[in-house]
Ligand binder design. Structure first.
Ligand code: PEP
Ligand code: MN
Length: 339
């Protein structure tokens, strides 16, 4: 249920409503709007009609049911787009399109620092790089783990850019969060509910990727797992879904952008690297994503893709990334966005 407070209702009225929601066995989530606050009361769907009685409380305008199965992620609860703050200079979901770039895996100090410096020169806003890698084969490179996190922190110090890195299980989530500006939940873990709950309890923003065979509704339900634990800083990432097509690694579902924009207030980032699997398809998909309304891009960039430990074929060399960024500016302007 959504409890819509009257515009200008005093804090003490809101506190009373919050108290009553808890007494009725529901979890209150206060959402501050431009003109009024709303309180999402989430919990057992079956007895929710008892919440209707809150309508008679001071400062309450009305009480309305949330029709979608996802509640906190829904536009029904919050109409304005959310701005997710990553650092003092970087927020996702505003007019500026945020570009995250870097290697699939952190491999060495030289590799990650060289990449961070190059992408910054080209105008990227964040570094990406995997330290804990979820690989299809147990025999493939699994990442440098904590050493990789330290190298990412060093690259951040040198470049001044915050970084996003993947977290693959609840056991190492605190460790990864200690170092990181943003936690990535990968496609393979997007319905790992124990992991979603765990990152929901942390203070760090989350980049949630869409699973390979996930519907939009399932995607938003995964975001709901994180948000219902208290972490509202969730950014969605479309990275391609599995279809019958084999010419690309995945099928990048750009129609997910307008669909999600209609259903949720959360920002949307596009990953054309995993979405296509081939470096020469990456730039056109970046332009198309911006035209379709994406709030950001996450792009794999490697100084020596031929020798990359993972995802070399889909990684751009810094010079190609630079060309893409130059042209992207034009598309951003046409979409009334900035880079
Ligand atoms: C990655 O970002 O390198 C990655 C493993 O992505 P995904 O989970 O989308 O496959
Ligand atoms: Mn990758």
């Amino acid at each position: 249920m959504i409890i819509v407070m009257k515009s200008g209702a005093p804090k003490k009225d809101r506190d009373e409503v919050v108290k009553r929601i808890k007494e009725l066995g529901y979890k209150p989530h206060i959402i501050h709007g431009a003109t009024r606050d709303v309180i999402g009361a989430v919990g057992d769907e079956r007895g929710k009609s008892v919440l209707q009685s809150l309508e008679s409380m001071h400062g309450v305008e009305n009480v309305v049911p949330i029709l979608q199965p996802y509640k906190l992620a829904s536009k029904e609860v919050k109409k304005e787009s959310s701005l997710v703050r990553i650092s003092d200079n970087v927020s996702i979901g505003g007019k500026q399109i945020i570009v995250m770039a870097g290697p699939c895996s952190v491999e060495s100090e030289k590799q990650i620092i060289e990449t961070a410096i190059e992408i910054k020169k080209s105008g990227a806003h964040m570094i990406r790089g995997g330290a804990f890698k979820p690989r299809t084969s147990p025999y493939s490179f699994q990442g440098l783990e904590e050493e990789g996190l330290k190298l990412l922190a060093k690259a951040r110090d040198i470049s001044g850019l915050p970084f996003v890195t993947e977290v693959i299980n609840p056991e190492t989530a605190d460790l990864v969060a200690e170092y990181s500006d943003m936690l990535q939940i990968g496609a393979r873990n997007s319905q790992n509910f124990a992991l979603l709950k765990k990152v929901g309890q942390l203070k760090c923003p989350v980049l949630l990727k869409r699973g390979m065979s996930m519907t939009i509704q399932e995607f938003l339900m995964s975001a709901e797992y994180i948000m219902s634990e208290g972490n509202q800083s969730v950014v969605l990432c479309e990275r391609g879904i599995r279809t019958f097509e084999t010419a690309t690694r995945n099928t990048l579902d750009l129609s997910a952008i307008p669909v999600l924009k209609e259903k949720t207030h959360l920002p949307i980032v596009i990953d054309p690297s995993h979405g296509t699997g081939h470096h020469h398809y990456v730039a056109p998909m970046c332009y198309a994503a911006v035209a379709a309304g994406a709030d950001g891009l996450i792009v794999e960039v490697h100084p020596d893709p031929e020798h990359a430990s993972s995802d070399g074929p889909q990684s751009l060399k810094p010079v190609k990334f630079d060309l893409m960024m130059k042209k992207l500016r034009l598309f951003a302007e046409a979409a009334d966005r900035s880079l």
